[in-house]
Design a protein around this ligand. Structure first.
Ligand SMILES: [Ca+2]
Length: 391
């Protein structure tokens, strides 16, 4: 039985200044916590808010010496100060401290710019998306990461049932194994998206509320642990550490996997590995189930419209799937759970399709994008193959 709750361990790390708090993982704009769509988000669907990273940022380490972007402090903003008062009351925080922290958070125009939705009508392009994540640089970094952390990956696989390849795929797509963890102050990113989210987004109210919740978590965590919420660095969406967890995800699902008594998602690859596995298990990962199967079409009876209605939500049993004209083969024929017909657009070219399982869907709980999920799967597989099957 653990001595401390995960939140307490995180708070300890935040307090010590080492963890520029790496929290969260899953951000979906809608629910839980994970960091949303990393760089990937841009090319495909508007994934969850948390996850994107600043595209094109060069790699850097924990960011101590780099200067974060600067903007206008929120101290003069009535809505921000009202929020601070509400948070202080709700969470039992010191009111003056909370106002000061929120007041020192800065509005960052760059964050607003990076969070702009893609223009409507933009066709997604899996081929382009894929090429951004599956390349030699990332595969080689993944191979080094796998070999260096083989023990932690194997232990995560044993304890949580999540394959090493999936964990390696996530951390590679998110941050290139720690090379791109973001150098925005998390408090600035979250405040900007809480109070000044780009209004062009179709779900701006929902997303603003989501980010206010994350900002509240950050403040609460720091206050309770005696840490400084102005210290943690992360992506422009406020996602932190190797696995790009949002604050609420870190609180709920991060684990101390190297046993040093703190959760440090930024500097402990083992903590990051265990936390990703913990996140997946909590979101329903089923050990041994493939993520997807190949699919072909029988055009004589294909009902693509019906098949695509549920999008990535696994809905059809094998018999129904087949009756609608989506043909499976081999092991897929004996799959017992529901499947989804996952469409990956290729710009103006023909789309790619796979039959996604419930485990495919679990990957999209980390970042709500089928393109993201497929990139994670394929990167993990590419790294494994580069290592001769057993890195
Ligand atoms: Ca640890």
């Amino acid at each position: 039985m653990p001595l401390f709750s995960p939140a307490r361990l995180l708070a300890i790390a935040l307090c010590s200044g080492t963890l520029t708090l790496a929290a969260g993982a899953a951000d979906k704009a809608t629910t839980t916590a994970k960091p949303r769509a990393s760089q990937a988000a841009r090319a495909d669907k508007p994934a969850a808010p948390g996850k994107r990273q600043a595209a094109g940022r060069t790699s850097h380490k924990a960011g101590a010496s780099r200067s974060a972007p600067r903007g206008t402090p929120y101290g003069e903003r009535e809505d921000a100060m009202r929020f601070a008062d509400e948070v202080a009351q709700r969470q039992g925080l010191d009111a003056a401290w909370t106002r000061r922290m929120v007041g020192e958070a800065q509005q960052l125009p760059l964050v607003q710019k990076l969070m702009q939705p893609a223009p409507p009508g933009t066709r997604k392009n899996w081929t382009v998306y894929r090429s951004r994540f599956i390349d030699n640089l990332r595969i080689n970094a993944g191979l080094r990461f796998w070999r260096e952390h083989r023990e932690a990956l194997a232990r995560a696989e044993r304890e949580y049932g999540v394959p090493a390849g999936i964990i390696v795929g996530i951390i590679g797509v998110e941050t290139i194994y720690g090379q791109q963890m973001g150098d925005f102050r998390v408090i600035d990113a979250l405040a900007t998206l809480s109070f000044d989210h780009p209004p062009e987004h179709p779900r701006v109210a929902e997303r603003s509320a989501y980010f206010r919740g994350e900002l509240e978590q950050l403040l609460s965590l720091a206050h309770k642990g005696g840490g400084d919420p102005r210290v943690p660095l992360g992506s422009f969406a406020g996602a932190m550490g190797l696995p790009q967890f949002m604050p609420s995800s870190a609180v709920r699902w991060a684990v101390d996997f190297d046993g040093d008594g703190r959760i440090d998602l930024r500097r402990s690859p083992a903590d990051a590995i265990g936390s990703v596995a913990s996140y997946f298990k909590a979101h329903g990962w089923q050990p041994g189930m493939p993520t997807h199967y190949p699919v072909t079409f029988d055009t004589s009876r294909l009902d693509l419209e019906t098949l695509l209605v549920p999008d990535i939500l696994p809905t059809f049993g094998v018999a129904r799937f087949t009756a609608l004209g989506a043909l499976l083969e081999g092991p897929a024929l004996t799959h017992t759970g529901p499947l989804a017909l996952v469409e990956l657009q290729n710009g103006d070219g023909p789309s790619s399709y796979v039959a996604g399982t419930e485990n495919f869907y679990v990957i999209t709980r980390y970042n709500q994008s089928s393109y993201y999920a497929m990139a994670v799967i394929e990167l993990g597989r590419a790294v494994q193959e580069a290592g001769g099957g057993r890195p």
